[in-house]
Design a protein around this ligand. Structure first.
Ligand SMILES: [Zn+2]
Length: 272
């Protein structure tokens, strides 16, 4: 019963995630509070169209003005948010910890959606989220996940160190990537310009470090790199099967892998 209620909240949060993913990224960079518009005819979305599931269920999966198809992403994100929230509600007792886990699940989902669609991780999302993660660290990192000291400075320090290590390690990888690219490009006419980790990934690693603290941030990075490698291998195999050839310098968007690895550590961290 409680899970159902939290799932309904998740559904509503999913609508907000879709709105943010429509409004925030460039070239629009609109305010979150503006009504989303159709990317084809620029008409404002009706209230019904803003709920992905409702517009698909009622067979109005087309823009009411220009009948351009609505994105399938909207209902997928809504259902995913509802399912993840329900899972969290089943695993954790009602309280501040559950609320914090739901909040960061929603933020990470938003980051993944924007990164998949635009290959971008926005400062306007990741930087305030990092500040929130530091603020919530006494709840998220509490040793037995129930004790809540009003302001546990030690846990905030663990979170801050996690952010610093996540940020500086991936920044190191980012710099190495640029050096490697210069070396690769020294004699090439058609320059390659894909780096392994972008600056967005560096900031995302900082956020995940703040969420899981030290030393867990190291595991998050290792698992994200392994997941990214497995994903890249699958993509290459798919290309070989389809077109019998592949580019060795495909860009791997690490954002979604970082999100999956980080979320798993935040949520599934074993209770000591
Ligand atoms: Zn339209």
């Amino acid at each position: 019963m409680l899970s159902l209620l939290v799932a309904l909240i998740g559904l509503a949060v999913g609508i907000l995630i879709n709105r943010a993913a429509d409004n925030l990224p460039p070239p629009l960079r609109r305010s979150f509070f503006e009504t989303p518009r159709c990317p084809y005819c620029d008409s404002r979305r009706s209230p019904l169209e803003q709920c992905g599931i409702a517009s698909f269920v009622l067979r109005r999966d087309k823009c009411h003005q220009c009948s351009a198809p609505l994105r399938l992403r909207a209902p997928i994100v809504e259902i995913a948010t509802a399912a993840l929230f329900a899972y969290l509600a089943a695993r954790y007792p009602m309280g501040l910890l559950l609320a914090a886990l739901c909040l960061f699940t929603a933020i990470l989902l938003l980051i993944a959606v924007i990164d998949i669609e635009h290959k971008l991780i926005l400062n306007v999302v990741v930087l305030p989220a990092t500040a929130l993660a530091l603020l919530f660290s006494p709840i998220l990192l509490a040793p037995n996940r129930v004790a809540l000291d009003s302001l546990n400075l030690r846990l905030i320090l663990v979170s801050l160190l996690g952010a610093a290590i996540g940020y500086s390690l991936t920044y190191g990888i980012y710099l190495l990537g640029i050096l490697f690219l210069r070396w690769l490009n020294r004699n090439r006419t058609n320059k390659i310009n894909t780096v392994a980790f972008g600056m967005g990934d560096v900031k995302l690693a900082g956020l995940l470090g703040a969420l899981v603290g030290v030393p867990a941030v190291l595991y998050v990075l290792i698992y994200a790199i392994l997941l990214g490698g497995a994903g890249a291998l699958a993509a290459i195999l798919l290309q070989v099967v389809r077109r019998r050839g592949y580019s060795a310098f495909m860009a791997i968007p690490y954002g979604p892998y970082l999100v999956v690895a980080g979320w798993a550590f935040v949520v599934l961290r074993p209770l000591p």
